[in-house]
Write a protein that binds this ligand. Structure first.
Ligand code: ADP
Length: 492
């Protein structure tokens, strides 16, 4: 055990590290729709290296059953009370990469989709949270800390502390991690009361009421012992109305318990030196392979095969969060005014998808819009591009910019949240930096920053320095795991 942890534990009169149960809606590689799954999948492995017994509990989604059904062990089952409903809850156990994962089985709630959407998603995850709380005393391990993630698990601290008098759930410590404050789980109070039997007195602004709704995430912010979000800058931003989506009051009130811990990426999966998907491999000292990747990308995307033209790429969900309004505003000006190629890999809102399809027709041979989700293609885009554009309106952490940097694609980002914390803008006076950034959510500011980046492309010496520093940046998960370990110990 590290001396730092030993000392911290001693102050709390303990000798062993805390045991932690991570609760989430998804966990990679079992079931994944976004960055949350990556965190829940990777963090326990690194916590284990620090001596923390970290286990995970997630719904037994059908995608998991289909792939891992033969490897799970049935532990026990019971009937969870969901208001007037009585629902089967099976607890299955799976060991993956040395991490124990408990799965909550109920085919009605965890069938087709990870997220049912709309009102049905409220019942789906009310059930999950009730089942998790009821199952805790009967698991083959006793956690000290329950680590909840996002609104789908944010009612757990409140339910645990208010509805389990005398039970272990009442005494547990609860950490809530906010991965994206834009999603809060808002429902009518009657509906939530019907499912979870929440007392009337909690339907007030001091507790879970927000704009006339019962708000799961707000309940978590009120009742969790500690709150964290996924970058230090985002932790500050969500205390301001522009970013907080109505939760600025409670987050300011609880700012002493609110911290930011930046996520990491899996350095084994994202490694241009060993990546099996790439047509050629490379590292910081040998970039020849990157030029081959660029050629392969140009070939695959139907672009002119030119090494001398800078290639700007995006890999993204196509939503307002990701700054697509800015891209729409200046894309034609960029294509007309600069010698540049542009590749987009993404899916999302129809209006953005259609705009990009039409742009591809206007700029055939120089711009390609690959509308779809494709993991393998994404690796080639990171490896084959010179610049990676990510002009987010808000960005809790962002993994794509870190992946891009690891593959030597220089990020061009807006200074917000995790983008601000991971990209150091190029300073032409002292030559420092590992990317490019702009401050305001403004299309022409973004356009000017892209112009500056493309100017640098003409200078191989500057580019080499930037690429070297970008590829060298340490975005491993070990640092985040250390921070989480400290947080768990503080909570004891
Ligand atoms: P968010 O979780 O908000 O979507 P992040 O940057 O944190 O954004 O993580 C996005 C992850 O999803 C990255 O690993 C990125 O490569 C991947 N990704 C996003 N869109 C696509 C796509 N269309 N095809 C393949 N991978 C994608």
């Amino acid at each position: 055990m590290k001396k730092e942890f030993r000392d911290m534990l001693k102050e709390r009169g303990r000798s062993e590290m805390p045991a932690v149960l991570l609760v989430a809606a998804e966990c990679a590689p079992l079931a994944k729709t976004g960055g949350l799954a990556d965190v829940v999948g990777t963090l326990p492995k690194d916590l284990k290296k620090l001596g923390i017994d970290a286990r995970v509990i997630v719904p037994y989604h059908r995608v998991i059953k289909e792939k891992y059904g033969n490897n799970v062990e049935h532990m026990f089952h019971f009937f969870a009370k969901l208001g007037w409903r009585c629902e089967y809850a099976g607890i299955e156990k799976l060991e993956l990469d040395g991490v124990i994962i408990y799965l909550v089985d109920n085919e009605r709630y965890f069938g087709d989709r990870i997220y049912l959407g709309e009102q049905a998603e409220g019942e789906q995850y009310a059930f999950f949270q009730r089942a998790v709380l009821d199952a805790i005393p009967n698991l083959d391990f006793t956690p000290d800390v329950v680590h909840c993630n996002d609104w789908h698990t944010a009612m757990i601290p409140m339910l645990g502390k208010t509805q389990y008098a005398g039970g272990i759930q009442e005494r547990l410590r609860y950490l809530l991690t906010i991965h994206n404050i834009a999603y809060q789980g808002k429902f009518g109070f009657d509906y939530v009361q019907d499912l979870l039997e929440v007392e009337d007195k909690y339907n007030t602004p001091e507790f879970m009421e927000l704009n006339g709704c019962a708000d799961f995430l707000k309940a978590g912010c009120v009742f969790a012992d500690r709150i964290n979000t996924v970058s230090p800058s985002y932790a500050n931003e969500i205390k301001m109305p522009y970013y907080a989506e109505g939760l600025e009051g409670i987050l300011n009130a609880r700012s002493a318990q609110l911290t930011g811990i930046i996520n990491g990426i899996d350095k084994k999966v994202y490694n241009p030196h060993t990546d099996p998907v790439l047509p050629a491999r490379y590292d910081r000292g040998h970039l020849k392979g990157k030029a081959q990747c660029k050629r392969a990308l140009q070939e695959q995307m139907g672009l002119e095969l030119r090494e001398d033209v800078p290639l700007v790429a995006m890999v993204t969900r196509m939503t307002e969060q990701k700054g697509f309004d800015l891209v729409m505003h200046v894309l034609d000006d960029l294509m007309a005014g600069e010698e540049v190629q542009f590749v987009l890999l993404g899916t999302g809102d129809a209006r953005f998808e259609n705009f990009m399809r039409e742009a591809e027709n206007r700029w055939k041979g120089r711009l390609c819009a690959y509308i779809g989700y494709n993991e393998a293609v994404s690796h080639l885009v990171y490896a084959g591009s010179d610049f990676f554009l990510m002009p987010s309106r808000f960005e809790p952490c962002g993994l794509s910019q870190m992946i891009a940097m690891r593959y030597g694609s220089l990020p061009i980002v807006r200074e917000t949240g995790g983008l601000r914390d991971t990209v150091q803008p190029y300073n032409r006076f002292n030559g420092e930096g590992n990317g490019f950034s702009f401050a305001n959510f403004d299309a022409w500011e973004m356009r000017a920053t892209i112009h500056n980046a493309l100017q640098c492309y003409r200078n191989p010496e500057i580019m080499q320095g930037l690429i070297g520093r970008a590829m060298q940046a340490d975005f491993g998960f070990e640092n985040s795991a250390m921070e989480y370990a400290r947080t768990y110990i503080w909570m004891l």
